[in-house]
Design a binder for this molecule. Structure first.
Ligand code: HEM
Length: 535
């Protein structure tokens, strides 16, 4: 069963591991057969009634959102997608499943598969108290006032990005812009959270130098670090086409027993991202603390909020700051770059929208090929276009898992006992014809039509666990000006600045009108092949 190489790797115990593997699979199947709860009366795919493996298989294929969407079309609004998991495709369910308050559902055990090296992060912790402590520690760095201070840093990184794009103009050939959006997002986030750009745009690659204590420094691909799992896990999972950590987590998280095994075996649970990036982050945090520099960035805000003597921090304080900075880098980079790539693709493949948007951008710009964030944020059609890109692409496409609280809850006329997993499928809500009328059409105007549609945009999640990167968004509808905004949200700041810059400066062509995507935890474009020319 195991490949000869793996047998070599496992040594003389290969037979034992084979047997253990077979027993594990058998045990998983038995667990799932007996895991059924009082969701029996809810319709759903036949296999999903008996086993979590139906959902795990859809996640493994990178098409979970499509399978769940198809199940809703077939079985209705409330569908059982695993023996103990019910998907509720109704806007009404949003305030129940992602609500606030002590009796609101918490994140479900699904998120344990995102815990690295036994340390839950702001994103993966399920404990309310731990979450509010962690969230409080970073939230002041995302206040409107703080974010406004970061604008010059974002402009400076986007300036470097533009220089690199100018070089592609000269080459006049197609290139995969998704890579460059990744470099840009990593440089923006590392500049803010580590106090210094990793330098991906400069070197045109994601190679970073990692100093491991007691070992010679090595060069690692940082983007891969975020996504890759430990070597042996990768070895096994590559054969299963599960190359990315978030893909692995999204599959394994569905099955509690598999997840327990992955999380408890040291050779499976370790994560190169946390060790590599933590090492990098730790070095930056230490450097910053010792320098006494009070630069205006996220790291500066995190340090300023601490009461301790920054010149002589102890190990715990350094570890805490490092963990916060690394969480933000991981949570905020990939998500933003994927959203930029998808939205740019939709703009360029919709000439009507492209022309109209360019008109608004030119009108707002004093210099014909430049627009500051402060100017761009007040172009309502640009915000609307970004919202439309997030909706149509659905960067978050799956339903985010929550657990019914003690005493259970009622949602859409059904009672769900404590511990039932519940989710609202983001893709399905984003493509609901009743809500949107023409959901498959890229039509930014829908966001300016007066009705408050924003509450149905699920790209950033909902409720107390919603994305901290989009926290401070105030968008007001005004019939005279259509939209007035006080838009200070890190994710929007990046997306607005980058898209306005690209569209004003370049003519953009896409190589294919199809956007190929895959899904792990997030829904991502696989590539974004474009060609640039100066406008
Ligand atoms: C377009 C860009 C982004 C998208 C689509 C996005 C999406 C999301 C989603 C869906 C969640 C909720 C996950 C859940 O409930 O399981 C989330 C949480 C989070 N995001 Fe974002 N995000 C983006 C940008 C950012 C940025 C720029 C940052 C910050 C640097 C960030 C930091 C976080 C953090 C720390 C959490 C966990 C919050 C908590 O549990 O309290 N994200 N994001």
């Amino acid at each position: 069963m195991f490949s000869p190489d793996l047998s070599k790797l496992l040594g003389p115990n290969a037979g034992f591991y084979e047997l253990a593997f077979i027993l594990l699979v058998a045990f998983c199947i038995l667990c799932t057969l007996f895991a059924r709860k009082s969701t029996d009366h809810i319709p759903g795919p036949f296999l999903a009634r008996w086993t979590t493996l139906w959902l795990a298989y859809q996640a493994y294929r990178g098409r979970r959102y499509k399978a769940v969407h198809a199940a809703h079309l077939r079985y209705g609004t409330v569908v059982r997608i695993a023996p103990n998991h019910v998907s509720v495709a109704s806007p009404e369910a949003l305030s129940v499943i992602y609500g606030q308050g002590p009796r609101a559902p918490a994140k479900s055990p699904f998120y344990d598969s995102f815990v690295c090296n036994g340390k839950p992060s702001l994103f993966s912790t399920r404990d309310r108290q731990d979450h509010s402590t962690k969230r409080r520690a970073v939230s002041h760095a995302f206040s409107s006032a703080a974010l406004q201070e970061f604008i010059p840093l974002i402009h400076s990184t986007v300036g470097e990005f533009t220089q690199r794009m100018d070089e592609f103009c000269a080459k006049r050939d197609y290139f995969d812009a998704l890579l460059w959006f990744n470099y840009l997002a990593f440089d923006v986030l590392s500049d803010l959270a580590f106090g210094e750009r990793i330098g991906m745009l400069k070197q045109g690659s994601d190679l970073v130098e990692i100093h491991q204590a007691g070992n010679p420094s090595v060069h690692e691909n940082a983007i891969a670090l975020v996504d890759e799992v430990q070597t042996l896990t990768t070895f096994i999972l590559t054969g299963l086409h599960l190359k990315k950590r978030e893909h692995l987590a999204a599959v394994v998280g569905i099955h509690p027993f598999l997840q327990m095994v992955v999380n408890s075996l040291p050779f499976l649970s370790g994560n190169k991202a946390t060790s590599g990036l933590e090492e990098l982050g730790r070095r930056q945090v230490l450097k910053r603390l010792l320098s006494g520099d009070n630069r205006n960035d996220i790291l500066g805000k995190l340090i300023a909020a601490r009461g301790y003597d920054v010149r002589s921090p102890n190990d715990d304080e350094i570890a805490e700051l490092t963990a916060e900075a690394v969480t933000l880098l991981i949570a905020g980079s990939d998500t933003t770059s994927n959203s930029i790539a998808a939205t740019l693709h939709f703009i360029v493949t919709n000439p009507r929208v492209h022309t109209k948007l360019l008109g608004f951008l030119l009108e707002a710009s004093s210099d014909q090929n430049k627009l500051s964030y402060e100017q761009a944020k007040d172009v309502p059609y640009l915000q609307a276009t970004i919202n439309e890109g997030l909706r149509l692409h659905s960067t978050t496409a799956i339903g985010l898992h929550r657990s019914a609280p003690l005493g259970g809850l009622v949602c859409c006329g059904h009672f769900f006992p404590e511990g039932t997993e519940l989710s609202v499928p983001a893709w399905t809500i984003g493509h609901d014809a009743e809500l949107w009328g023409d959901p498959e059409v890229f039509r930014p105007e829908r966001w300016l039509e007066g009705k408050e549609k924003r509450q149905y945009l699920l790209a950033f999640g909902k409720g107390p666990r919603a994305c901290i990167g989009q926290k401070q968004v105030f968008v007001f509808f005004d019939p005279q000006r259509l939209l007035i905004s006080n838009l200070y949200s890190l994710a929007y700041m990046e997306m607005i600045t980058v898209l306005a810059t690209i569209l004003l400066r370049y003519k953009v062509e896409v190589r294919s009108s199809e956007l190929e995507t895959t899904e792990g935890f997030m829904h991502k474009p696989l590539h974004c092949w474009i060609r640039l020319n100066f406008r």
